[in-house]
Structures are given as C-alpha cells and as structure tokens.
Design a protein around this ligand. Structure first.
Ligand code: PLP
Length: 388
C-alpha cells in the first residue's frame, strides 16, 4: 500500500466514522456501574433513545453487536417450532432467517432478487392464506445493507392491517436508524432491532430492541430459551437505572454524545441530509454510465448505494485499487453479489465534501481499473451538492 497521510476514508456502510465529540466523550474514566452517577446516565440515555426510535415504550440496550439484538427479538417473542415469515431482500435478511432456523423456528422465506424490498402485496397474500394464524411474526430488514434497498415499512404495516392478521412485525433498522425516516410506534412495529455502529455514529458494540406493548405481552408466554437476552430482568433493572450485568460503560458515554448530536441537528434534517447525499451518489453512478443495484425508485437507500459493474469487471479489484491508491475503504459485495458490486456508505458523520472526496476516489479507481465510465459522473454529483 502507498504511504498514507491524512485521514483514512471509511466509506463502508458501517461501522461509520465516529465523530471526535463522541470519541472524546468515550475517553473518560470508567465509573461504578452500580453507583448513582451511572444510574443517572442510564435513565437519561433510555429516555433520549425513545425519540430516535419514535417509540414511547421501552428500548432495551445490549452490550452486543446487531446480531445479538436480532436474536433477542426472536427469543423474547417466539416459541419452538413457530412459523415466521421473512423476505429474501439480501444477505442480512438471509442471515436472520438462518438464525431463526438455528433457534428452532420454521421460516417461510419469500424469494427475492436482491434488487427489491419486501413486497407488501406478497405479504398480504401470505397472511390471507393463513386463516389459522400459524404465522406468528413477520421479519423485515428495513434497509438491506447488502443491496442499498429500503423496504417500505408503512406499506407493509398497511398490508398486515388490511388482512387483520395478528402476527408481530419485527424490523431490523441496523443501517437505517438515525439515517432514514423511521417510526416504531406510528408504523405499528412490535420489535425494532438496531445497532450502534451506523447512523448512531458509535463504534460497534451496542445494540437495541425497541419493544411494543403487544411484544411485551407476547414475551410473557414465549418459550424459546433465553437468558442473557431476556427483556424481563433488563427492564426491571433499568427502572433503577441499572443493568443485570456489567454494561458497556464507555460506549454509553459515547451514546449520550451521539444522541445530543442528533438532537442538535434535528432528525428531519438528519434524514434530509442522508437523502440528498444518496441522490448525489446516484447522480454520479448514472453519470458514469453504471447501474444502481436498487431497481425500484421508491426504495433507494439513504444510507448507502450499491453500484453494479459490467459483468467482465471485478468490483473487489476496484475496491482493492481504491484502498491501495487513495486509502479509502468501500463496502464489498456480500453473498451472491461478491465481486459484482461495491457499496458506497454515505451515512452517519458525513458532509458534502466527504461525499465529494469519496466520489472522486471512486471515479479515479474505476478509471485505474479500466472500467469504462463517463467522467461526467463526479460533476453530476457536484451539481446536486452545489445546488442553491
Ligand atoms: N442487519 C443489518 C441490516 C446489518 O447491516 C448488519 C451488519 O452490518 C447486521 C444485521 C448484523 O449486525 P452486526 O454485524 O452488528 O452483528
């Protein structure tokens, strides 16, 4: 690798760049997690998280990556052998399905082409075909980080309501929370799964479940084995500002600072910023003469863009050259998209010039690897960014 100077460009779709303010907040002495200062911190954080989820009810915080919060959502609400409905929107939906099966659930997994979100029409059809209510939960990944496709949760909710089916709605917002408009209560979501390392601008290591009243009631009779993930003891301890185990104290300091940053900017502005950066990125991709993987205009992700390369070109080679020459990391194609796409993360702690630099690096990398492109791509993005 060439000698690198300046800051590394971390433009993968998470973990994202951690703001200096958050890093500084974490660089404080670790305190007694059973003491009064910690109880005050916990109480403030649990309150501060609610508006970010759009949830009036509890948000459970785990010292775990997002995968842990996936497991928590399943084991707290379901019993062995029960049926859940999932949608093959991409790599992460596939991993969640595999987890559900390992836990002893049955999964009806609606096949997908990894270029579209979950289809509300298909959801309504599946639920109508289940008059005995065997389907206990519908699992949807809001923003498929492997494809840059965002499923339309309000329309999926409407499809469930239209059938009168009582299945729970479990939604993974790991790469959308704090980046793309999301409303746990208003959209009737029962469990929202989230992680710290993307829109929340923290390092990896915290994950979350926002829980509806219906999900809480269901958890009283759910029989999948659970211990560490059990909401019950955590919610009980949280009432005293505590946790039933040692929490990730310094990540929680960072969380407090990240919540302050989101509040200062204002969530509507945060979402608008992400949408605008996504639009500028798509303008660049199309300007280069390349294809955005997401195939539905209504489902473009605000947090990342997946770029499809012509078949004879290797997306991993492009990423390798860009890392080597320009010290920038881009997201790899995952699962069946390996080598076919690369992903540009434009979420979290990010601004116009970070995007301009990112897209300049991508354009130069495409040229260096011989991918035929039109140099107008970068200009098309700058036109979006520079619009009055
Ligand atoms: N779900 C989505 C949409 C993700 O993007 C990821 C990770 O990137 C996960 C789940 C898994 O989360 P983690 O890697 O934090 O365990």
């Amino acid at each position: 690798m060439a000698q690198s100077t300046g800051r590394h460009f971390l433009q993968i779709p998470g973990p994202t760049n951690v703001p200096d303010r958050v890093l500084r907040a974490m660089a404080a002495p670790t305190i007694d997690h059973r003491g009064p200062d910690f109880a005050a911190l916990t109480t403030e954080l649990l309150k501060g998280l609610k508006p970010v989820f759009g949830a009036a009810g509890p948000v459970v915080v785990y010292p775990a990556s997002g995968t842990g919060a996936w497991e928590a959502a399943l084991v707290n609400t379901l019993s062995p052998g029960e049926l859940v409905l999932g949608f093959e929107t991409g790599h992460f939906a596939t991993l969640w399905r595999e987890m559900a099966e390992k836990l002893g659930l049955s999964v009806d997994f609606v096949p997908g082409d990894w270029r579209h979100g979950a289809d509300p029409g298909v959801l309504a059809e599946r639920l109508r075909a289940d008059p005995e209510h065997r389907i206990k939960a519908v699992c949807v990944v809001h923003n498929e980080t492997s494809t840059g496709v965002t499923s339309r949760i309000p329309e999926l909710r409407a499809a469930i309501d239209e059938t009168g089916h009582p299945a729970l709605l479990l939604v993974d917002t790991i790469s959308s929370l704090g980046s793309i408009d999301y409303r746990h209560d208003e959209w009737g979501v029962d469990v929202t799964v989230a992680g710290s390392q993307k829109g929340l601008m923290l390092p990896p290591g915290l994950s979350f479940n926002a829980v509806s009243e219906k999900a809480l009631r269901t958890s009283e009779n759910a029989r999948l084995p659970r211990s560490f993930w059990d909401w019950g003891p955590i919610l009980a301890a949280n009432r005293q500002g505590a946790f039933p185990y040692t929490p990730a104290t310094n990540l929680l300091y960072g969380l407090g600072e990240a919540l302050r940053m989101l509040e200062e900017e204002g969530l509507p502005q945060v979402f608008a910023r992400h949408a605008r950066h996504a639009e500028a990125t798509r303008a660049a991709v199309r300007g280069w003469g390349l294809e955005v993987l997401c195939a539905d205009e209504r489902e473009h992700s605000g947090s990342l863009t997946a770029v499809l390369l012509p078949e004879e070109h290797d997306a991993d080679k492009v990423r390798e050259v860009i890392l080597d020459r320009f010290d920038m990391s881009l997201g790899a194609g995952l699962g069946k998209l390996r080598g076919r796409i690369f992903r540009i993360g434009h979420l979290g702690h990010f601004n116009d010039l970070t995007l301009a630099g990112t897209l300049a690096g991508v354009q130069m990398g495409l040229e260096l690897t011989g991918v035929p492109i039109d140099r107008g791509g970068l200009n098309a993005a700058l036109t979006v960014l520079g619009a009055p």
